[in-house]
Design a protein around this ligand. Structure first.
Ligand code: FES
Ligand code: MG
Length: 591
């Protein structure tokens, strides 16, 4: 070990080597020693490295980590540390009801408690499925022990009848084909299963690949770590190197607070645009920033990120999947192209101990079909717009998925480019949507804007991925695959819908969406980032005066705790009280 700790004690020695409290020290020692370690190892010869294990049978997207753990531990030992693996509350996007989003903050809370309350000097954060990555980074930011993230990696590419079948994207396509009567239920299932050919997380640029790209762009991983497919040899090697690296980070006392700076978040926002990243990235990055004490607002996604180009040709904004993205160089190739064009803050410090600019030296696209240079992007000015108006203070729109057809149909009226006026049809949650979307009496046509409410953090609870509502079957058969949709929930990062989502504040806490009625006129103006109900002020105020908050029924104790303390998506959907606790590793708990 090249030791830069200069006689500084390890934090774990406060447990294992405290002559002032022999009774407690003995109790700590005897029970950890009995699983193989010597007294000397625990008393300061070696740092103790936590391995936060997010994989399990209940969390298949991250299950690869159960196997990678051996390599991480080998790396930790070879560098002189002691690995201690511990379980993290499972957060499986496609398993947990009512939504995995409800449990991001629960996994965060439990990680904070483990890192703070156990003899741990540094931690490897295993990441993968959508919410696991932000939960781990949020916890590491709050505690501020040396920490490094290791993704499990995407699945291999899926294929169906000679075409790439991407996670999620195949679902949205199949949903349309089913509505058109082109496929039946069994083929729907077969198509979906073809998209998941191996262990790993979603192979599209959905929320999982996005959030792991964010972890790398923030500087919280080794260079090139996030995009390696789960079953690849390089993934095992990366696990080993990550284990080695965390030990040196402990010796150097390199902490999240050194890495998670405003510059790091600005880099991440630009990278999110360049990869065509998920609309779930803003709430997750807002949450990480708040726990790290970094000033970041939802509007920064437009001011910092909108002008950046889309470089990555990957579903849902493009064509390819994870294997091609990795072979084209992955995240450092994207960042290398952005850096060459002066679009990044190169001096941000990273988990490698070097700056981002130093990490990116020599990295560029290896395949310009998959990762384009800034001079020839997939699309210019491809970031999120952050809309506001009388229906909400903020809502996001992912412009990189606005198709030419959608733009032509809805946003290209001569003399009114980027403006759309239509009639609102409002649904109270996904059940109401499914019950009524094909009801002719709603009069849904191509002048309609579909709204869904009651699906935000408090309403759902946890905020549901339901805003990308499909038009009625009859419209789809006429070739109208998308209508403008708006809601206070989220949508899957794999969706290609240009929805207006994450509306904050949500309806159930009295946001303007609560006052909207079916039949109201609404006006979208992308030139000035507004969406408004065209209802006169007196009528709007009368509706507000008459509004009564809906009754909310909790099903579990956690739902009640969550709803009592959660904030809005625009502020990250954090447990608000938790944001007051920052950099707590040094504030040791009592014996
Ligand atoms: Fe787990 Fe997509 S469902 S990564
Ligand atoms: Mg999802």
């Amino acid at each position: 070990m090249s030791n830069t700790r200069a006689n500084k004690r390890f934090r774990s020695q406060e447990w294992f080597d405290n002559p002032n409290n022999p009774g407690m020290t003995a109790l700590y020692l005897e029970r950890y020693q009995n699983q193989e370690y010597t007294r000397g190892e625990l008393q300061g010869e070696r740092p103790i490295i936590g391995l936060a294990q997010t994989g399990s049978d209940l969390a298949p997207c991250n299950k690869i980590h159960v196997f990678l753990a051996d390599r991480v531990k080998a790396g930790i030992r070879d560098a002189g540390g002691i690995p201690m693996e511990f379980p993290v509350h499972p957060i499986q996007e496609t398993g947990k009801r009512p939504t995995a989003a409800l449990d991001r903050n629960l996994a965060y809370l439990s990680l904070v408690e483990v890192l703070h309350g156990y003899p741990i000097d540094g931690v490897v954060l295993t990441t993968g499925c959508d919410k696991t990555t932000p939960a781990m980074l949020m916890g590491a930011a709050t505690v501020d022990l040396p920490a490094i993230a290791l993704n499990g990696g995407p699945m291999l590419d899926g294929w169906w009848k000679g075409k790439r079948a991407g996670s999620g994207t195949i679902i949205w396509e199949s949903r349309r084909l089913l509505a058109e009567g082109e496929i039946d239920y069994d083929e729907f299932i077969s198509r979906a299963c073809a998209s998941a050919p191996s262990l790993g997380h979603c192979n599209t640029m959905g929320t999982a690949s996005t959030m792991n790209a964010m972890a790398e762009a923030l500087g919280m991983t080794l260079t090139g770590s996030s995009a390696i497919p789960a079953p690849f040899r390089e993934r095992m090697n990366m696990a080993y190197e990550t284990g080695r690296r965390i030990v040196q980070m402990v010796l150097d006392d390199l902490k999240p607070s050194d890495i998670l700076t405003r510059a790091a978040f600005e880099n991440a926002i630009v990278v999110n645009t360049a990869i065509g990243g998920s609309t779930n990235a803003p709430p997750h990055l807002q949450a990480i920033a708040r726990h790290a004490g970094v000033d970041l607002t939802v509007k920064d996604w437009e001011t910092v990120g909108f002008d950046a180009p889309l470089l990555v040709n990957m579903q849902p904004a493009g064509e390819f999947l994870g294997e091609s993205f990795y072979r084209a160089g992955g995240v450092p190739a994207v960042m290398g192209e952005l850096a060459k064009a002066g679009r990044l803050k190169g001096d941000a410090l990273t988990a490698t101990g070097q700056t981002m600019a130093e990490n990116l030296d020599g990295w560029e696209s290896e395949d310009t079909n998959v990762i384009r240079p800034v001079s020839d992007p997939m699309r210019e000015r491809a970031g999120f717009l952050v809309l506001s108006g009388n229906l909400f203070d903020s809502a996001l729109m992912k412009t990189s998925v606005i198709s030419p057809d959608f733009r032509q149909r809805f946003l290209s009226k001569p003399g009114a480019e980027g403006i759309f006026e239509g009639r609102a049809v409002v649904f109270e949650g996904p059940e109401d949507y499914h019950d009524r979307i094909n009801d002719d009496s709603l009069g849904i046509d191509d002048e309609t804007v579909l709204f869904i409410r009651g699906v935000g953090c408090v309403g759902y609870p946890g905020s549901a991925e339901v805003v990308n509502m499909q038009p009625p079957d009859a419209l789809i058969r006429k070739g109208i695959n998308h209508l403008p949709t708006v809601g206070d929930g989220r949508q899957s990062g794999t969706s290609e819908s240009p929805s207006i989502l994450n509306a904050s504040p949500e309806a159930v806490v009295g946001g303007g969406l609560a006052l909207l009625k079916t039949g109201d006129r609404v006006r979208l103006d992308l030139n000035v980032s507004t969406l408004d109900a065209v209802v006169d002020d007196a009528e709007w105020q009368a509706r507000r005066d008459a509004w009564v908050a809906p009754e909310i029924k909790h099903q579990t104790p956690w739902q009640e705790i969550y709803r009592t303390h959660v904030g809005q998506l625009a502020e990250g959907g954090c447990l608000e009280l938790a944001t007051a606790y920052q950099r707590i590793a040094g504030d040791l708990p009592r014996d």
